[in-house]
Design a protein around this ligand. Structure first.
Ligand SMILES: NC(=O)c1ccc[n+]([C@@H]2O[C@H](COP(=O)([O-])OP(=O)(O)OC[C@H]3O[C@@H](n4cnc5c(N)ncnc54)[C@H](O)[C@@H]3O)[C@@H](O)[C@H]2O)c1
Ligand SMILES: [Zn+2]
Ligand SMILES: [Zn+2]
Length: 392
């Protein structure tokens, strides 16, 4: 630790001097209680931050610190880029502050824990759902952990409030005991990362669709989440399962996971589904894109009395079907954020993720310094990218 009168060298620039017991001199005097902040600023971590539409800025930001006794600091060993990050990246989802550290998928090792953290300690290997949760409120108790009364989404800071993200070297995790999940040595970091978001979301989507062995089902969108939804639907017994996308590469993986691929650029999806259901339509459609166009297709492919299960993040102002159409279809419509803590714990305990080679959807690995390029490759699906991960 620095003492009064010591010098230190911030980022190889000119030395600064701790000038009195109250301050350090860095151009201006800074109060003593800000010294730690100042030091961590100068010795800060690398992170990918939001810099405006289609602008990811790699920069040095302050190291996160324990702010509450129930906080833990996780040193990230792997983080992911999600389709949800793309809504922010393209400016479809707005409100996030410039400078916010992006990302909500990660695994890592605890390097510091507050006094109130009992379940984990320094050195614990952990995975994390994409939201924090308290484990005790009404929503946590009913398993809707994504709507925890005290919860936050990683990588979302708005008007100064919220939680920094995980496309960085370290992340602060509030309510660590009830947010984090232990990652045992027999589960790979890749599977741990997928469990914290896309694998869990796939199961949430398929369960909401009421999938069983009898029906005909459709998954619209074969990105990472859609592919995991296919795995989940197969796990729940779906035999007649169609997968729709515009990318042959993604459809090829959908086929490997057991779905019948339909490229809607080349084939009329509605005709395909109607032909295979005696003209009725699918029993359930799982919408995993997050666009009005995909939602429109979902209702067009659905039989009366069927279910749309939608996990795509929607940013449009209105539904792309009318109340009258919903009425005429006797529509059952389930939509929303996955309670990832609830699903991740369950799918780990029931040894579901252990059974499937889902880590093969991770096609691209980047160093954190190449984060801007990683966004571009994932977004534009360059080089047949399906899922991109970052190594800090
Ligand atoms: N509800 C949740 O908790 C939750 C969790 C994770 C992700 N998401 C959302 O899930 C969605 C998918 O995420 P992802 O990581 O797989 O993203 P992604 O962008 O990689 O995948 C979207 C896929 O949809 C395909 N697509 C686009 N328009 C289509 C159309 N009209 N018809 C058929 N296919 C179409 C694209 O080719 C792509 O393969 C996003 O909206 C994301 O925000 C929601
Ligand atoms: Zn996500
Ligand atoms: Zn809660």
């Amino acid at each position: 630790m620095f003492r009064c009168g010591d010098y230190f060298n911030p980022m190889n620039s000119k030395s600064c001097r701790i000038d009195s017991k109250w301050g350090i001199k860095v151009g201006n005097f800074i109060k003593y209680d800000q010294i730690n902040f100042s030091l961590s600023y100068f010795h800060g971590m690398q992170a990918l931050t939001f810099g405006g539409v289609e602008t990811i800025i790699r920069q040095s930001v302050p190291d996160p610190r324990v702010l509450e006794p129930t906080d833990a600091i996780v040193q990230i060993t792997l983080s992911g880029i999600c389709g949800s990050d793309l809504h922010v990246y393209h400016g479809r989802e707005t409100g996030i502050d410039h400078g916010t550290v992006m990302g909500h998928e990660f695994v890592g090792t605890i390097v510091e824990a507050g006094d109130g953290v009992k379940k984990f300690k320094k050195g614990s290997r952990v995975l994390s759902p994409f939201t924090t949760s308290c484990g005790a409120c009404f929503y946590c108790r009913i398993g809707l952990t994504c709507r925890c009364e005290k919860g936050d989404l990683f990588g979302w800071v708005q008007s100064g409030d919220g939680l920094q993200g995980a496309q960085a070297q370290y992340v602060r995790v509030p309510m660590a005991d009830t947010t984090l999940i232990s990652l045992s040595n027999d589960l790979s970091e890749e599977k741990g990362l997928l469990l914290g978001d896309v694998f869990s979301t796939g199961f949430f989507c398929a369960e909401n669709a009421g999938v069983n062995e009898k029906g005909t089902y459709v998954v619209i969108g074969c990105g990472p989440v859609g592919l995991m939804t296919i795995v989940a639907a197969k796990h729940l017994g779906a035999e007649n399962l169609f997968a729709i996308d515009l990318s042959d590469k993604r459809l090829q993986v959908a086929k490997e996971f057991g779905a019948i691929p339909v490229n809607s650029l080349k084939t009329d999806a509605k005709t395909s589904i109607l032909n295979s259901t005696n003209g009725r339509g699918a029993d359930a459609v799982m919408e995993v894109v997050g666009s009005g166009e995909a939602l429109r297709l979902a209702i067009d492919l659905l039989r009366p009395g069927g279910t749309i299960s939608s996990v795509g993040v929607h940013t449009a102002e209105n539904f792309s079907f009318s109340p009258g159409e919903a009425y005429d279809k006797n529509l059952v419509y389930k939509i929303g954020r996955c309670p990832a803590h609830y699903y991740a714990e369950k799918l780990l305990k029931e040894e579901v993720i252990q059974q499937y080679p889902v880590d093969k959807i991770i096609t691209h690995h980047f160093a954190l310094e190449k984060g801007e390029r990683a966004y571009e490759v994932f977004d534009k699906k360059l080089d047949d990218c399906i899922k991109a991960v970052l190594h800090p």
